[in-house]
Design a protein around this ligand. Structure first.
Ligand SMILES: [Cu+2]
Length: 505
């Protein structure tokens, strides 16, 4: 999709939401629990309650935090299933070694809670955004047939609840995610989860089920830099995450939180990929998937080593555990696993089977010449090039050329190719009085980010521009470009002027 189309899409979404008055806390009288609900087969979560109202029986969805999976639906009729989702923005650990991140979540953790319904069910979504949230949020269910997957219908300001419903027409395993602009940022902060729409006849019974969702995260600091790490828009746009993880955090399903099963059992994993950017090459080291429901649909592939899970997609994988041991879940784009966090563990306990796997039976010395090289050597001319670094712009014209490229890669998604912005969301840079009266305010927006109420050309904006992590050189180039484009007043910004604006309001 072209960036322009995307901007138009985003802006039209905003217009829809702007005309919608968010409803107050709606208290649809909760049905009293009845004893007639069929007992779930795998009883891992609280029991369902069921009452007859209108045409379909109304049921409260059993929702689970990863890696738990809601019990099988176990119904032979449709129901109206009520799903309560609360958006919470909260700081949590990215790693156990002192890295924190301000996650945006559905239900308090990443991924959002898993939902399980039956083909033909009506799903009634009660979508609440806590009053301590900083921005509006919404939800786009890939299981929805309807505009935006429910995005505009669920667009909810802090301190409000929205309600909408959809009919689960097609069975499959589907991602849901936030789709509020800037969409990439909401997803990058952890706003995704899975909804399983079981086929009418249900899925074959297995011994254990797990819920796993991969995601990529973009922090200002490098991987392992400790402290509360802000989101880095520039890395996100370049698709260069510092972390790639299962279930929101490094080690979320490893060590004492590993997934556990027994030899002889068949394990089913519902695996999603929230992205926002990377496609997962999902693999379990030491196992072969007996079955893969390719892309979460009806097609079943057998005897698969690695299955691809697109960003915004899912797969169901099944494997029977024949021998005990620790099986490692990875994204087989392998630096992501061993250097960025995409590692999980499934531990199988039970008796050995030496025919299927013997373990090491012998070891002896084997001598050969040479050693292992850790680095690829560079020749002298390559080394000189590396040391010289990126060329620096000298003249104003060079700054404008370099700045144009930066603008197109980093600013266009929000401010538009002509700098016109999106009314109500992203202010214009074209003929912006805010910028032209004091270009230093523009510099500060780019280096420090900008939030809170501002007025540009007579219109109010109250949104968040994330800091972009640019070097002084880049800020000077992009600001020089902006000042000399879109009918602005011209001039040149030099790298020496930037340092003084860092950290200033
Ligand atoms: Cu959101």
């Amino acid at each position: 999709m072209k960036v322009r189309t995307l901007v138009v899409l985003i802006s039209s979404m905003f217009m829809v939401s702007a005309c919608m008055k968010p409803k107050g806390n709606e208290s649809n009288a909760s049905p009293a629990p009845a004893a007639s609900a069929p007992a779930p087969v795998a009883a891992s979560a609280a029991a369902e309650t069921e009452t007859q109202t209108g045409e379909l029986p109304v049921i409260d969805a059993v929702m689970t935090h990863a890696p738990e999976v809601p019990p099988p639906v176990n119904r032979n009729h449709a129901a109206r299933v009520k799903v309560n989702i609360e958006v919470q923005e909260k700081v949590m650990k990215m790693t156990d070694a002192g890295v924190e991140y301000k996650y945006w979540t559905f239900g308090g953790d990443v991924p959002g809670q898993m939902i399980r319904v039956r083909e033909g069910d009506e799903v009634e979504v009660h979508f609440s955004n806590r009053s301590d949230s900083t921005v509006p949020h919404n939800i786009d269910f890939h299981a929805v047939t309807g505009p935006g997957g429910g995005a505009a219908a669920s667009f909810t300001a802090p301190g409000h609840t929205s309600v909408f419903s959809f009919k689960a027409l097609q069975p499959g395993l589907y991602i849901y995610h936030c789709a509020t602009a800037p969409v990439g940022m909401h997803i990058a902060n952890g706003m995704y989860g899975l909804i399983l729409v079981e086929p009418k006849e249900g899925l074959p019974k297995v011994d254990r089920e797990f819920y796993v969702v991969q995601g990529d995260f973009y922090t200002k600091g490098k991987n392992s830099d400790s402290g509360l790490q802000p989101f880095d828009m520039e890395k996100a746009v370049r698709e260069e995450p510092e972390y790639v993880v299962f279930n929101g955090h490094v080690g979320a399903i490893a060590g004492d939180k590993a997934l556990k099963a027994k030899v002889g059992e068949t394990v089913r994993m519902y695996v999603g990929n929230g992205g926002p950017n990377l496609v997962s090459s999902f693999h379990v080291i030491g196992e072969i998937f007996d079955k893969v429901y390719v892309e979460g649909g009806d097609l079943i592939n057998k005897n698969v080593q690695t299955t691809i899970i697109p960003a915004g997609g899912a797969a169901i994988v099944e494997m029977k555990l024949d021998v005990p041991g620790s099986y490692t879940l990875v994204d087989h784009s392998i630096f992501r696993a061993f250097n960025k966090g995409a590692l999980g563990q499934l531990i199988a306990e039970g008796p050995e089977n030496k025919t299927i796997f013997s373990g090491k039976t012998q070891e002896e010395v084997y001598q050969t010449e040479g050693g292992m090289l850790q680095d690829q050597p560079l020749n002298a001319s390559d080394t000189a090039k590396v040391n010289a670094g990126a060329p620096k712009a000298g003249s104003k014209e060079e700054r404008i050329t370099a700045g144009k490229a930066l603008y197109e890669a980093n600013c266009i998604a929000c401010h538009g190719s002509e700098g016109k912005g999106v009314e109500g969301a992203f202010p214009p840079l074209a003929k912006s009085d805010y910028l032209n009266e004091d270009p230093k305010r523009g510099i500060r927006a780019v280096v420090n980010g900008l939030s809170g109420k501002i007025t540009v050309n007579g219109k109010e904006y109250n949104n968040v521009m994330p800091p972009l992590g640019f070097t002084d050189e880049k800020v000077a180039n992009v600001m020089t470009y902006v000042l000399n484009s879109f009918g602005n007043k011209g001039g040149e910004v030099k790298p020496e002027e930037i340092a003084a604006e860092r950290g200033k309001k």
